[in-house]
Write a protein of this length. Structure first.
Length: 500
């Protein structure tokens, strides 16, 4: 069980008032439902009721903007005054906290799913049913129409009632023991979309045996949210003619859903062995009603990588973003080779691609633990991209990029560091984190979104590997992450709320 630590003497109600929207040139979402907050189908969290602004999914909304444009309390003039208001202890946490109708929801590596009052931290309920080998849950739940959908590390998806945390159904999606569900569920039109990933290619610093790796084949599932029945499975290692390619091709990232086109945009990882699937290191556009592939773009061909054999290792591990350039609705995504790619949502036609980790005249500095590993944030024509330079990831950077053409607006670099958690935009501030180098001591960083000036920093001694949430004058963030944690060793961590 976790423990709540309060840092309040009294609580003041904070109300966020709307501010301006997006520019005419480059705007968010488009076909996914305007602002992207409800996706056009009414299936997600809702308006927030008395709780004000909502954050119901890993990327906040269907467009995966990771941006709260209505935040007016925590702004550049006030962010330096943030203090800890409450903390729940947790044995590791990489999920992005959700906040809907005044309640915060999160899951931790210990296998607990929790709900607490978003302002006071007072417990609403805890479901601790999903422990065992750590991490129990490493991804972010999805909240829709009164239910939380949670992907368990071991390969199950569960539906929980948000009133009391009780389980409605539990559906296994694992066809191999070598499974770890890193991606978060996405829900629209009565269907849950989830990619299945392997559990890496090494354990405790040693390569995983070939016979175990050769048993894993990546895929994407479509699940009926009423019954938990699996409706369709798209296999990432099977070609369009049914050819079975080599093992691997994990889906590390979460699907981004365009609820007008009924398309799920999904990034895929590398293969383990030859022959490598044409769907590896790719962006897939899948009809989420049927599971049929509409189009795909492969960014790196013939990428077979394991810890034992080496290779390119240019996974698309980030979740795609939806936005508009002029009148054209596009999808963008980053990869570990250091590229951010932007494509037409209907056809897959390339609009622009830029490598942000390759100095002039040098070879690619991305790959393995470099390049773009975390999803980008988007606001008002700007992409905010966190990158790691080099296989030794000794430098990480935060970039503000013109979403129309890929040009860099500003860049801040940090020596001896790396970044795994997704950035977040709110109230004119971009939040990111330095996860340190070799050790997991990290720092939470807040930059002026227009200038890149550092406004605030906060040590996170237990390591940050997930995203953070800013809603209604509060900042919520989990910590407790160690990339090289041995086996099932316990890990200190917490879910912490900051306020003014």
């Amino acid at each position: 069980m976790g423990r709540l630590v309060l840092h309040w003497v009294c609580v003041l109600a904070l109300t966020a008032l709307p501010i301006g929207g997006c520019s005419d040139e480059t705007t968010a979402a488009g076909g996914s439902g305007g602002s992207g907050d409800t996706g056009g189908d009414g299936g997600a969290a809702g308006s927030g009721g008395d709780g004000g602004e909502t954050w119901f999914a890993f990327g906040k909304d269907y467009a995966h903007t990771r941006a709260n444009i209505n935040e007016t309390v925590i702004v550049p003039a006030t962010v330096a005054d943030l203090t800890v208001k409450w903390t729940w202890e947790a044995p590791g946490m990489t999920a992005t906290p959700l906040v809907v109708d005044g309640v915060a929801y999160w899951a931790d590596w210990g296998g607990s799913v929790r709900a607490a009052d978003a302002v006071t931290g007072e417990e609403v309920w805890t479901n601790s049913s999903y422990g065992g080998d750590l991490p129990g849950v490493s991804s972010t739940p999805f909240l829709s129409d009164g239910y939380l959908y949670v992907a368990l590390r071991k390969g199950d998806v569960v539906k929980l009632d948000i009133e009391d945390g009780s389980e409605e159904w539990n559906t296994p999606v694992r066809a191999s023991k070598h499974v770890h569900l890193y991606g978060s569920p996405s829900v629209a039109d009565g269907i849950l979309v989830l990619g299945v990933s392997g559990n890496g290619t090494s354990s405790d610093g040693q390569p995983i045996p070939e016979d175990i790796l050769d048993d894993f084949f990546g895929n994407v599932h479509g699940i009926d949210i009423e019954s938990g029945e699996i409706l369709w499975v798209f296999e990432t290692t099977k070609g369009p003619d049914g050819t079975q390619y080599g093992a691997g091709v994990s889906v590390w990232s979460s699907a981004t859903l365009d609820t007008t086109r009924k398309l799920a945009y999904v990034g895929t990882g590398n293969g383990y062995y030859q022959p490598v699937s044409p769907y590896s290191d790719a962006l897939l556009a899948i009809d989420y009603m049927t599971g049929e592939l509409v189009w795909h773009v492969q960014f790196t061909e013939d990428d077979d990588y394991t810890s034992a054999t080496g290779g390119i290792d240019a996974d698309v591990g980030a979740t795609p973003n939806l936005f508009i350039i002029g009148s054209r609705e596009v999808v963008g995504v980053g990869d570990k080779a250091g590229w951010y790619h932007v494509h037409d949502r209907d056809t897959g036609q390339r609009i622009w691609s830029t490598n942000f980790t390759t100095p002039e005249g040098k070879t690619i500095f991305g790959s393995t633990l470099g390049g773009i590993m975390a999803p980008a944030a988007y606001h008002d024509g700007v992409l905010y991209i966190a990158i790691n330079h080099g296989d030794l990831f000794t430098v990480s950077s935060m970039l503000a990029v013109n979403a129309g053409d890929g040009s860099i607006l500003w860049q801040k670099s940090h020596n001896g560091s790396r970044n795994f958690g997704a950035p977040t935009y709110a109230g004119g501030i971009i939040y990111t984190g330095d996860a340190g180098f070799l050790v997991e001591t990290s720092t939470l960083l807040a930059y002026d979104a227009d200038t890149g000036d550092l406004l605030w920093s906060e040590p996170m001694p237990d390591g940050r590997g997930g995203g953070l949430t800013i809603v209604n004058g509060m900042l919520y963030v989990g910590q407790g992450f160690h990339l090289n944690r041995p086996g099932s060793a316990p890990l200190p961590g917490s879910m912490t709320a900051y306020g003014l």
